[in-house]
Design a binder for this molecule. Structure first.
Ligand code: HAM
Length: 425
């Protein structure tokens, strides 16, 4: 029996939580600013929600889904991504009857039986947004702008935005033929994965990371030379909107993304701080997905980012979140002062200060050691000696100095300090 973590999963320990809280507060704030509203769907869905919409030939569906039969013999899958589930919810709750655009954001764990390595896990967190009902290129640019705002606000640098158009279904069937014609003479040199996809889903081959395949694809026709006039105009207009918003991008005509539902715009955010798993987020348009789920033809566009990869990039760039709220430890001598200390802690908590009373009875020396180790900003010492003078000793742990203040002055000082900290954020 093993009492260790399952491979590819991680515990997020209390010391690591502050960066998660910080990023979570930013993603809620940025999404709301753009008029997106949060939606929470279940962690598991019926398998078919993902299998055909994401694509039977994608790695996700072919190799990575956590699927099982429940006790009622239903086929169930732990969600590997959010878009398909959100589209299911969009129709199930008749959001299609509402005037467009309908804009959702979501956040939570996703599951993929991937080969674990730095930045690639079997359970990972995604923050995503989905905008339904608008085919205007401005919507694509806005999804990208929200992502850029988020990345800028958290201070992530050296992120490259790559964009492409994968065209509509008609463009893709023309391109598919062109690609097959070009690759036919090289078929024997392709890896097993590409060999299998040659007939079933040739576009998927472009996603293959094998060097020998990439060398062959180098001279393959580019999809942007094949897309129809309407798709071409859409792609140019997305770019005009990005330029208007001063968002820098690179066109990568080989970008197809790992999911089959995309139409027209596809994009990816690449962080130079990461190694092989350098995509911190990606997305695009999926104008046929609502129809696929049985709704009327409804254009849609969205994106999702991997939180672990964002945190890794921030760490690589030595970017740390601002401090948590002020942490105060109160030490009282004797029962009578303990009652007063509990009251004082209550007063401080009203200002969103983390105030804890030390009721272990440890010596002053070990109290200081403990406070230092656990990053308390202040220790308030309330002993008989202070009581006699109607004062409290306030030790500033960072500065290493201390002063004696009345209870009222202590509250004022903590209030002021916590306000200043918040302004700094
Ligand atoms: P995706 O590219 O499959 O797109 O995933 C989005 C992001 O999730 C990736 O860029 C990466 O940061 C993170 N990610 C993916 N797999 C892992 C993993 N095994 N470990 C850690 N992080 C991972 C989607 O999921 C689409 N639903 C995005 C979208 C939304 N398209 C339209 N709307």
């Amino acid at each position: 029996m093993s009492f260790k973590l399952p491979r590819g999963t991680r515990d997020i320990l209390p010391a690591d939580m502050s960066i998660w809280y910080y990023l979570e507060s930013k993603l809620h704030a940025v999404s709301r600013r753009y008029g997106y509203r949060e939606i929470r769907t279940p962690i598991f869905e019926h398998t078919e929600v993902f299998s055909r919409s994401v694509g039977e030939d994608t790695d996700i569906v072919a190799k990575e889904m956590y699927s099982f039969r429940d006790r009622g013999d239903r086929h169930i899958t732990l969600r590997p991504e959010g878009t398909a589930a959100i589209t299911r919810a969009y129709l199930e709750h008749r959001f299609d009857a509402q005037p467009p655009p309908v804009k959702f954001y979501y956040y939570g764990p996703m599951f993929r039986y991937d080969r674990p390595q730095q930045g690639r896990y079997r359970q990972f967190y995604q923050f995503g947004i989905e905008c339904f009902g608008v085919d205007h290129p401005a919507a694509d640019a806005e999804v990208i702008a929200l992502t850029t705002d988020f990345l800028e606000e958290i201070g992530l640098e050296d992120v490259e935005l790559q964009i492409n158009s994968v065209g509509c279904s008609q463009c893709r069937s023309i391109y598919r033929q062109k690609l097959v014609d070009y690759l036919a003479p090289h078929r024997e040199q392709l890896c097993n994965y590409c060999h299998q996809r040659f007939d079933s889903n040739p576009l998927r081959m472009l996603d293959c990371k094998k060097v020998e395949c990439q060398e062959i694809f180098q001279y393959a026709p580019e999809i942007t030379t094949v897309i129809c006039e309407e798709c071409h105009k859409h792609f140019s207009d997305v770019q005009r909107h990005l330029q208007n918003l001063n968002i820098e991008y690179e066109i990568n005509t080989r970008l197809v993304r790992g999911l089959d539902y995309y139409t027209r715009t596809a994009f990816e955010f690449i962080s130079s701080a990461l190694g092989a798993q350098n995509s911190i987020g990606g997305g695009g348009r999926y104008d046929n997905l609502v129809e696929f789920f049985g709704g009327k033809q409804t254009p849609a566009v969205g994106m999702a980012m991997g939180m672990e990869r964002i945190i890794l990039s921030l760490h690589e760039q030595k970017q740390f979140p601002p401090h948590d709220n002020l942490q105060v430890l109160i030490s009282a001598e004797g029962e009578k002062l303990l009652f007063k200390a509990m009251e004082l802690a209550g007063k401080l908590r009203k200002y969103d200060i983390t105030a804890e009373v030390d009721y272990t009875g440890r010596s002053l020396k070990s109290l200081m050691k403990y406070a230092d180790k656990h990053n308390y900003s202040y220790v308030l010492i309330w002993g008989e000696w202070e009581q006699k003078k109607d004062k409290i000793t306030v030790r500033n742990m960072q500065a290493g100095d201390q002063e004696e203040l009345s209870e009222q002055q202590v509250v004022e000082l903590m209030k002021r300090t916590t306000c200043m900290q918040r302004e700094d954020k």
